[in-house]
Design a binder for this molecule. Structure first.
Ligand code: GLP
Length: 296
């Protein structure tokens, strides 16, 4: 797993947006072989979405051959409600990029049969060949999507009851009124996220520092569902300095030193790449012929 530490939210957003752009570009997606991207909502990805929109507007990125799957959606909230995740995604990203509407997949929290809706979602992910890159945020209690503490780490897309802490945290979007926050959601499972070929988690702010420490310095634990990323062959966490407050100084220095070595090998302009060794070798030999080291 890699941990990339940036100064603040803006630098994190810049890194992640550039990373996604590069991954899509290198993949060279076509309509027969699209790039399949998993996406979150929440405040964490807003800066990334803003930058992805700019990259599209300046012609550096296209969503023409990108298929998306969103992580979750509230149950019972009308699709056009300003706080539905449908509204969020269209407002912050889809409306401003060249994505084909039929390539957007967001769970329908008003489906007549919610279990069936969840099954269909998993089937659709499998049909397009699985998710290439799953972008995620976390809640302060370390949940990914709506996989609250205690969720099975082998869970799949399903209906979930929200934890009271999450309801309180999300009441900021519902006039601070806990009663207005839906109590149920549809969410991808921990295993749905971890099945992606790559997982990228954004963690910013001091209020998420304990969750980051639990995720990185302790074992895989269903009480901090993001910790499942430890088992992923290609996991990447991008955090800001504030989120590192509960980490040991030794841990922070360790991950910074790894990034430093990585940067000295491939050059800062290529830092967002997390390619295979072959791809790294190409970059290195085309720059300075220095030997490569295996990826962490
Ligand atoms: C909700 C979403 C999560 C998101 C979390 C954190 O619970 N279901 O997917 O990661 O909020 O949101 P924020 O990024 O606003 O802190």
């Amino acid at each position: 797993m890699r941990l990339i530490i940036r100064e603040d939210y803006d630098e994190v957003s810049e890194f992640v947006a550039n990373y996604i752009k590069e991954r899509i570009r290198q993949f060279e997606p076509t309509s027969e072989r699209p790039f399949v991207l998993g996406l979150p909502t929440g405040s964490s990805p807003i800066g990334v979405y803003k930058r992805l929109v700019s990259l599209c507007k300046s012609g550096k990125l296209s969503f023409q051959n990108v298929v998306t799957f969103n992580m979750d959606e509230y149950v019972g909230l009308p699709r056009d409600h300003p706080e539905s995740y449908h509204s969020f995604m269209w407002e912050h990203l889809f409306m401003h990029v060249d994505i084909k509407p039929e390539n957007v997949h967001i769970l329908d929290g008003n489906a007549p049969d919610l279990d069936e809706e969840c099954k269909k979602f998993e089937t659709e992910i499998a049909r397009v060949g699985g998710i290439e890159l799953f972008l995620s945020g976390i809640g302060p209690d370390g949940h990914i999507a709506f996989n609250e503490p205690g969720s099975s780490l082998t869970s799949r897309t399903r209906v979930k009851t929200l934890a009271y802490e999450t309801i309180i945290a999300n009441s900021r979007f519902f006039d601070g009124d806990v009663a207005k926050v839906p109590k149920l959601a549809l969410t991808v499972g921990v295993a749905t996220v971890m099945d992606a070929r790559e997982v990228l988690v954004i963690i910013t702010g001091a209020h998420k520092a304990i969750a980051l420490a639990k995720c990185i310095e302790e074992g895989v634990n269903h009480m901090w569902t993001v910790s499942a990323i430890q088992m992923h062959p290609k996991g990447l966490i991008v955090c800001d300095e504030d989120a590192t407050l509960e980490l040991h100084v030794k841990t922070v220095k360790y991950f910074k030193s790894i990034e430093h070595v990585h940067q000295s090998l491939i050059g800062s302009e290529n830092l967002s790449l997390q390619g295979g060794v072959k791809q790294l070798k190409n970059i290195i030999s085309s720059t300075n012929n220095r030997p490569t080291t295996p990826m962490e």
